[in-house]
Design a binder for this molecule. Structure first.
Ligand code: CLF
Ligand code: SF4
Length: 310
């Protein structure tokens, strides 16, 4: 089942300019995904929460396929890589920051990367993916930077459910565990979505379906984020990452995922074409070319990676 077309789904809170960008965004528009390419710049290695399905040796599960490590780029090396890749990849419309940690937990590098690329390519469509913890702090900077596409992962609405999904959050200089941490995370996610939507940002909400933990709550999550102004939801399967707390948890089948997507489609448009791609993915969603442009491949200008820890 396809997403509906962008023109048929006009959301009153989304600006005309943002919707024009959406027509060229391969994740937010089903129609765009076979024509337009995206490039992820892995400038965000650190994270500020601990999801039970995450193994930090791998990319963020929210926007990437576990089991695949990425190079980490500095903002300057990201700019050079973008300049190199845009000459080689046809219809490269979107630059996204999708980890391998959280874009907002690495805000200075994320912001600087976008500012540098904007100088070279003012028409590029920027996209961020985040767990949402820092949205109330950086939301207005996101808007002022001209970012009109943001993905927030919202897995639950109740702190008790959150305590089963998140071990802790790091917030305000403190490590906050269990339901207390989850309560802050959920509050910030929902506030952040509402604020961004009011400012015309097009929001996708990712939901990782965890059988018997959040699966029954997913329709409520979809209704809630719709009310806050989200444009689309992307219900994704859990892919148990080796070494994570959910390593032995059953993988959600695509049959279950599509069943719940169909139910939720009555409330809000659904993404059916997500590829759970890497934090350094490049190309069409169904045709990753990142291996051609890794630092190991040279990229025509010497090593690009400047490894950090986080
Ligand atoms: Fe990247 Fe995500 Fe932006 Fe797309 S991916 S930050 S919205 S430009 Fe796309 Fe990849 Fe699925 Fe994400 S296929 S994992 S939905
Ligand atoms: Fe891992 Fe992403 Fe969760 Fe952070 S937000 S703990 S990187 S899955």
């Amino acid at each position: 089942m396809d997403c509906l077309s962008v023109k048929d789904q006009c959301c009153s809170r989304v600006s005309f300019d943002a919707l024009e960008q959406t027509k060229k965004h391969p994740c937010f528009s089903f129609e765009a995904h076979k024509k337009y390419a995206r490039m992820h710049l892995p400038v965000a290695p650190r994270c500020n929460i601990s999801c039970n399905y995450c193994n930090r040796k791998f990319d963020c599960l929210h926007e990437s396929r576990p089991g695949v490590t990425s190079e980490i780029l500095s903002p300057e090396s990201a700019r050079r890589k973008y300049s190199f890749v845009k000459e080689k990849v046809e219809n490269l419309s979107v630059v996204g920051i999708a980890g391998p940690g959280d874009a907002l937990a690495n805000w200075e590098d994320t912001r600087q990367t976008i500012e540098l690329i904007k100088q070279d390519a003012p028409d590029v469509v920027f996209c961020l993916s985040t767990n949402g913890l820092m949205l109330p702090h950086y939301g207005m900077e996101i808007v002022d930077l001209g970012i009109r596409h943001v993905t927030v992962t919202v897995n639950c609405l109740e702190p008790d459910t959150g305590a089963k999904i998140y071990r802790f959050i790091n917030y305000g200089g403190k490590k906050i565990e269990g339901a207390d941490g989850a309560a802050i995370l959920i509050k910030n996610q929902l506030e952040g979505i509402a604020d961004l939507a009011k400012h015309g940002v097009v929001i996708k909400v990712n939901i990782v379906m965890l059988k018997d933990i959040n699966s029954r709550h997913i329709p409520d999550i979809v209704k809630k984020v719709k009310d806050l102004g989200a444009f689309i939801t992307n219900i994704m399967p859990l892919i148990p990452a080796g070494g994570s707390a959910f390593e032995k948890y059953p993988q959600t089948s695509m049959k279950e995922i599509n069943k719940i997507r169909k139910i939720c489609q009555a409330d809000l448009r659904q993404m059916y074409h997500c590829k759970q791609c890497r934090a350094d993915a490049i190309g069409l969603l169904g045709d990753d070319r990142s291996y051609e442009f890794s630092s190991a491949a040279g990229c025509g200008e010497g090593p690009l990676a400047s490894l950090k820890t986080g």
